[in-house]
Design a protein around this ligand. Structure first.
Ligand SMILES: NC(=O)c1ccc[n+]([C@@H]2O[C@H](COP(=O)([O-])OP(=O)(O)OC[C@H]3O[C@@H](n4cnc5c(N)ncnc54)[C@H](O)[C@@H]3O)[C@@H](O)[C@H]2O)c1
Ligand SMILES: O=P(O)(O)OC[C@H](O)CO
Length: 316
């Protein structure tokens, strides 16, 4: 919708032919965004070859853990000079690769033709055309600028950045911190806890980013703080809501059963922790989220343990 509103002709690929037909005939996506009317220049198809043909930009928005397989099937269909754009906010399990790295690995397209869009961009609010800023990041600034023009609308304001590592990490780790804040909310804890988790979450994201070669200033921007604030405040965030359900005492299986859309942090908390260990970085909040979500640790015990860690200066 953003690209179409900015004047691009958009072909949307959908897995199910009936959903593609519904989008074309009703101008809505009844399963995912009921009540939102899509612009005329968005067409849907279930044929990936038709979606990929002649595309200046190929925008990828599948769950992070399925990207490698999806892209493996689509790679032979991509237009020769297309720019591959990732909207995904996760890290691959096992390889601990960021999404742009998976794209490069599968397609062998160079990093100058791989871009990402990230920032405080909850889908429902974007679909309601509420004002939001975003970051378009690419190692090649000219490519980022092209994508900036292609996606700039009266309600969507993209800024360019060349720090792809920092922008991607900001998006992936904020989902883990969103889970932590949701758990705290579900436990009935208040805004001091939230402010502390957001700030210390940003500190551990920045530590990881520095170890991986990111620009630390990226984390005080839209991809870092901006997205943390949106995710950790909003009931629209799937990660936040997932955490809230866990904090209220639901089991992991019960929480998964009521979660209809992708909550990336649930899997990516493990790959972010993997990255932290590979780089020798301490990420206590991420470690705690992994322990609660995947190892059955009680949130009450986890809070006690986090609060009784050894005292230290703020900036280390
Ligand atoms: N929704 C948001 O507000 C938002 C905002 C910014 C970024 N993102 C990111 O976008 C990415 C996708 O999230 P979403 O919100 O679109 O999730 P979603 O769950 O709403 O949609 C994911 C889509 O992928 C499809 N899908 C699931 N498994 C698949 C598979 N094996 N192969 C192909 N398609 C498959 C689903 O049918 C669905 O259409 C995530 O990385 C998320 O972090 C989401
Ligand atoms: O619903 P979430 O938790 O995946 O968050 C959506 C976006 O990433 C917010 O910017």
């Amino acid at each position: 919708m953003v690209l179409a509103d900015a004047g691009c002709d958009v072909t949307l690929w959908a897995r199910r032919a009936e959903l593609a037909e519904a989008v074309n005939s009703t101008r809505t996506n009844p399963d995912y965004l009921p009540g939102v009317e899509l612009p005329e220049n968005v067409r849907a198809t279930a044929d990936p070859a038709q979606a990929a043909a002649d595309a200046d930009f190929t925008v990828l928005a599948v769950p992070s853990q399925t990207l490698r397989q999806n892209l493996g099937e689509w790679a032979p269909l991509l237009a020769p000079d297309t720019v591959l754009v990732s909207l995904m906010k996760g890290v691959e399990l096992g390889s601990a690769m960021r999404m742009s790295e998976v794209i490069e690995d599968v397609t062998k397209v160079g990093e100058d033709r791989i871009a990402i869009v990230t920032g405080p961009n909850l889908a429902r609010e974007i679909a309601a055309r509420q004002p939001a800023a975003a970051v378009v990041a690419c190692r090649d600034e000219a490519v980022a600028q092209r994508l900036q023009v292609a996606s700039h609308t009266p309600y969507f304001r993209p800024y360019t950045n060349t720090d792809v590592i920092g922008c991607e990490l900001g998006g992936a780790v904020k989902n883990v911190i969103g889970l932590a804040v949701g758990i705290a909310d579900g436990m009935g804890l208040g805004d001091n806890t939230k402010g502390s988790l957001i700030t210390r979450g940003l500190a551990e994201t920045t530590r990881l980013g520095l170890a991986m070669g990111a620009d630390p200033l990226t984390f005080s921007g839209l991809a870092g703080l901006g997205d943390l604030v949106a995710t950790c405040s909003s009931p629209l965030s799937r990660n936040h809501t997932f955490g809230t359900n866990l904090g209220k005492g639901m089991t992991l299986q019960e929480t998964i059963a009521v979660t209809k859309q992708t909550a990336e942090g649930v899997k990516s908390c493990e790959s972010v922790l993997d990255l932290a260990r590979r780089h020798g970085v301490d990420m206590p909040i991420t470690e705690t989220v992994v322990a609660i979500v995947h190892e059955g640790k009680s949130p009450v015990v986890a809070v006690k343990e986090l609060m009784s860690r050894s005292a230290k200066p703020e900036r280390r």
